[in-house]
Ligand binder design. Structure first.
Ligand code: 9YW
Length: 446
């Protein structure tokens, strides 16, 4: 593999350049996920962006979450895209979702999608509260007062997830579309997508990613895209109604990685509540425990977790980064935790001798589905690095966490802040500069 050769930035320079990227992508009350490819607000991007912004200004970081939650649906759902009014069209755009016309829950004043993304938001809120300790008293009072106003919206979001995306209480979040996992074309979803068959009369629409980027070999295939679009159509036909959706959709999967994030998010939201005296602490800790157990219930002998196809009730044992979910949610006994960390550092993952940086690829290079350049089928993604690093830290695996932390920051010293990276050549891929990659750099460099 020919390594991509670059001039390296120093730690201080990376932080400075990353801050510039976030300022450049700032539209006042929200930050676009990426200026050309994603000129709107994405839900889990916004959370990671807030985590990065917290290193610059706790107040501005909080604004990011406030803007996202201003588009929350009446049933508590936080949509995966909030469309900006004056930005270029993104397909599927507001007309395609038709959320206001279709669901009584959709907000009147914002154009949104009808999917969700993993609930990283409470992790961001906790970091904002941590950051505010370093500000002056007046700034602190203002931010804390605003957190008190925002917090109930996060609680409603968590209740929506617990009640409607885990209706039978097994401790795993149900998703209706691969995009809800945030890992659109991951091999995690190959088996369930094989059963998604668009109606013969369905006419797919133009993709905006290829128009913005070209690079067909780094994006999901057209065959994938038709299915993504068809599922949106199915969901719209179900009027974005969870009860209907969980009975009728041709894609219904328990997402183990989002479930692990949700476990942590409940811990963090409970901690914010405890610190500010906001209540619901036991309820939130109860969700954390339920989802921690749910994740553990899917693990194999190595402690590696699996998604579950809920239409057939079968475990989906693919070798993707999602298998490390228990490092985030915790609760593994010491022996299984040891094995899972060993697996993470083994040649199947970060210890692969061909890797440019010892960071977890989105899919194991030893998996048959591995594709070094194609989106979630191989490349390394900065925000995923951050989650795994935090998971290791939470699990008390400080040496491993430190190794990954150093590598993750070093990867970003190319100063490109790409959407994702070729794990073998270190080539920056996809859109650039991607806001969440810059945000991760800010957090790592702090
Ligand atoms: C889409 C914005 C989003 C990310 C997702 C990533 C991609 C495209 O870009 O999704 O249309 O939703 O897969 O994780 O949030 O960066």
């Amino acid at each position: 593999h020919r390594l991509w050769v670059v001039n390296r930035l120093s730690r201080a320079e990376v932080a400075e350049r990353a801050a510039e990227v976030l300022r450049g992508n700032d539209r006042g009350l929200h930050t676009v996920a990426a200026p050309r490819l994603y000129p709107h607000m994405w839900s889990w991007d916004a959370a990671f962006i807030a985590i990065g912004l917290a290193r610059m200004s706790a107040s501005r970081a909080l604004t990011e979450l406030e803007t996202l939650f201003a588009a929350q649906w009446r049933n508590g759902m936080v949509p995966h895209i909030v469309f900006s009014a004056n930005a270029p069209l993104y397909e599927p755009g507001p007309d395609r979702w038709a959320s206001k016309e279709t669901s009584p829950h959709a907000p009147d004043h914002a154009a949104t999608s009808g999917l969700i993304q993993p609930p990283v938001h409470a992790l961001a809120l906790r970091r904002i509260l941590d950051a505010v300790r370093n500000t002056d008293a007046a700034g602190r009072r203002d931010v804390i007062a605003r957190i008190r106003i925002l917090w109930p919206k996060l609680l409603t979001w968590h209740r929506y997830l617990a009640d409607h995306r885990d209706a039978d209480g097994r401790g795993l979040l149900m998703i209706y579309h691969g995009g809800e996992s945030g890992m659109d074309n991951s091999p995690r979803w190959d088996t369930p997508y094989a059963d998604v068959v668009p109606d013969p009369g369905f006419r797919p629409f133009r993709r905006s990613d290829l128009a913005a980027l070209g690079e067909q070999s780094q994006r999901p295939t057209d065959a994938d895209y038709v299915k993504y679009q068809w599922l949106i159509e199915e969901l719209r036909q179900a009027r974005y109604d969870d009860e209907l959706a969980r009975k009728s959709l041709s894609f219904r999967v328990a997402d183990v990685f989002a479930s692990a994030i949700f476990a942590v998010a409940n811990e963090d939201l409970a901690q914010v509540a405890e610190e500010l005296g906001l209540g619901a602490v036991d309820e939130l800790r109860g969700y954390a425990e339920r989802f921690r157990r749910g994740v553990l219930g899917t693990t194999d002998d190595d402690g590696f977790a699996a998604d579950v196809d809920l239409r057939t009730d079968t475990a989906l044992r693919t070798k993707t980064i999602a298998g490390f979910a228990p490092l985030l949610s915790g609760g593994l006994d010491p022996e299984h935790r040891r094995r899972l960390v060993d697996l993470l550092l083994s040649p199947a993952w970060c210890g692969n001798p061909d890797l440019a940086y010892p960071l977890p690829p989105s899919t194991s290079p030893e998996a048959p589905e591995f594709d070094a350049a194609r989106y979630w089928r191989g490349p390394q993604w900065p925000p995923m690095n951050l989650l795994i690093i935090w998971g290791l830290e939470r699990s008390g695996e400080h040496d491993a966490a430190e190794r990954l932390r150093e590598a993750a920051l070093y990867q970003l010293t190319d100063g490109v802040f790409a959407e994702y990276y070729d794990p073998f050549t270190a080539h920056p891929l996809g859109s650039r500069p991607q806001s969440w990659s810059a945000a991760v750099a800010l957090d790592l460099a702090a």
